[in-house]
Design a binder for this molecule. Structure first.
Ligand code: HAM
Length: 410
């Protein structure tokens, strides 16, 4: 038996309906803040992702050569693609630009629960606003979007300036390596790297940064940074709106493009892969031939949110199985159409089954049976059977539709 590729999943209808509901809630939250949906290609030129991060990330991507010999990759994330699109098509739009997306991403990772090779992100990008209010809006929107799904989480908000200030004397490659260990919370790797690079004096302040609970403590450890006023203002805006977050200046973020405010959210009930959102302020457009525009955004790990929420029952609306004798087939199609026009799901027999077998099938798959025999066809009626209670009554088609609708149309 052929199997699906490693790290991918199939979704049956129950799961798909739950996913669509949560997806809708996220889109609605973003829409309320003025963010409009965009869509970019599933694959891009490889360069789009290596320009900022270097060839190193090729190992984590689905890279291929197309028939024209061009190096392509399935997108590992959407931000770079959205900024490419901004440079291609969006430069003339009035700023700030508020865009959102729901898209699948592909990363060649070691699969485990909550970590897949194909996964979905719901994200936003706010392009062209470089203020504490812009940073705060993106954080508040992430908070609002996650809350709309019912997931419970802890939100951590930080800024890269204090950490970069501590690492200011390091070569860019070393700085990036140290930040990668911090991002992965890999203490052993970090210690070994600090010893190897003769930087053990940084171990204590780096650890202390992540422990700070107030902004003023951060500057005691890392020294004053020019971004201090901006950081304080962003946090004051979040406090004024009573956003439930924790200052965390140990956040390093895995992707290389962040420049300022950064934040992450963690589901309370997940194990190792509990990060359900990541984002921050960044600059990318200038790399793709555009202006050096300030941007800020986040992406929610949609699949992790679904794992965290768990299974839940959905209000499905009733299903009507249209059951008929061979002579009543034409009328059965009319009746099924009338139910559908009223927004009710109706299924007619396609198997050439007899009445008894049709009813038995309806009992497994439907809530009502609309039975049509010679008498009903002649009288223009249907016999509506409630398959849960067993009650049945011959009615006009309109009454039958009204009765099913009373139980909840889809
Ligand atoms: P990221 O932190 O790499 O950020 O990914 C965002 C979220 O996607 C993660 O927090 C996680 O929930 C989910 N995720 C990542 N990898 C996987 C995986 N293999 N399986 C399941 N879920 C995963 C970004 O992608 C940035 N583009 C976010 C951003 C938008 N920054 C600014 N704008």
């Amino acid at each position: 038996m052929l199997q699906k590729p490693r790290g991918t999943r199939d979704f049956l209808p129950d799961e798909m309906e739950r996913r669509r509901l949560i997806e809708r809630r996220m889109r609605e939250a973003a829409r309320r803040w003025g963010y409009r949906e965009v869509c970019t290609p599933d694959f891009e030129n490889l360069e789009l992702f290596t320009m900022k991060s270097g060839e190193g990330i090729i190992g984590e991507m689905y890279v291929f050569e197309d028939k024209g010999g061009r190096k392509m990759t399935l997108r590992p994330e959407v931000t770079a693609a959205v900024l490419r699109m901004y440079v291609n098509e969006g430069k003339v739009l009035p700023k700030p630009i508020r865009w959102c997306y729901y898209a699948d991403c592909f990363r060649y990772e070691r699969p485990q629960k909550g970590r897949y090779r194909q996964f979905w992100q719901f994200g936003v990008e706010l392009i062209g606003a470089d203020t504490p209010s812009a940073d705060a809006e993106v954080i508040m929107l992430a908070d609002d979007t996650l809350r709309s799904t019912g997931v419970t989480f802890d939100l951590h908000v930080g800024h890269l300036a204090p950490m970069k200030h501590l690492l200011a004397d390091l070569a860019p490659g070393d700085q990036r390596a140290i930040m990668a260990y911090l991002d992965k919370h890999d203490r052993e790797g970090l210690e070994a790297a600090l010893v190897e690079k003769n930087l053990t004096h940084l171990a204590e302040p780096l650890a202390a940064l992540g422990e700070c609970r107030t902004v003023s403590e951060v500057f005691e450890i890392a020294g004053d940074v020019p971004e201090r006023a901006r950081i304080e203002e962003t946090f004051a805006l979040l406090d004024a709106q009573e956003i439930d977050y924790r200052p965390d200046f140990g956040i390093a973020r895995g992707l290389d493009y962040y420049t300022g405010m950064v934040f992450e959210g963690f589901a309370k009930n997940l194990g190792a892969e509990n990060q359900i959102v990541g984002g921050g302020a960044y600059r990318l457009a200038h790399l793709f031939g555009g202006d050096d525009v300030a941007s800020c955004g986040f992406a929610i790990g949609f699949d992790r949110v679904m794992v965290s929420i768990g299974d839940f029952a959905l209000e499905q609306g009733s299903v009507v199985g249209v059951v008929c004798t061979p002579d009543a087939r034409a009328r059965a199609l009319e009746v099924a159409r009338a139910f559908r026009e009223a927004g009710i799901r109706a299924e007619a027999d396609l198997m050439g089954r007899g009445m008894g077998a049709q009813l038995a099938h309806a009992a497994k798959t439907a809530d009502f049976a609309a039975v049509l025999g010679k008498r009903e066809v002649e009288a223009g009626t249907v016999t509506l059977k409630n398959l849960h209670s067993g009650e049945q009554q011959e009615r006009s088609l309109e009454e039958a539709i009204a009765e099913v609708a009373r139980h909840g149309a889809c």
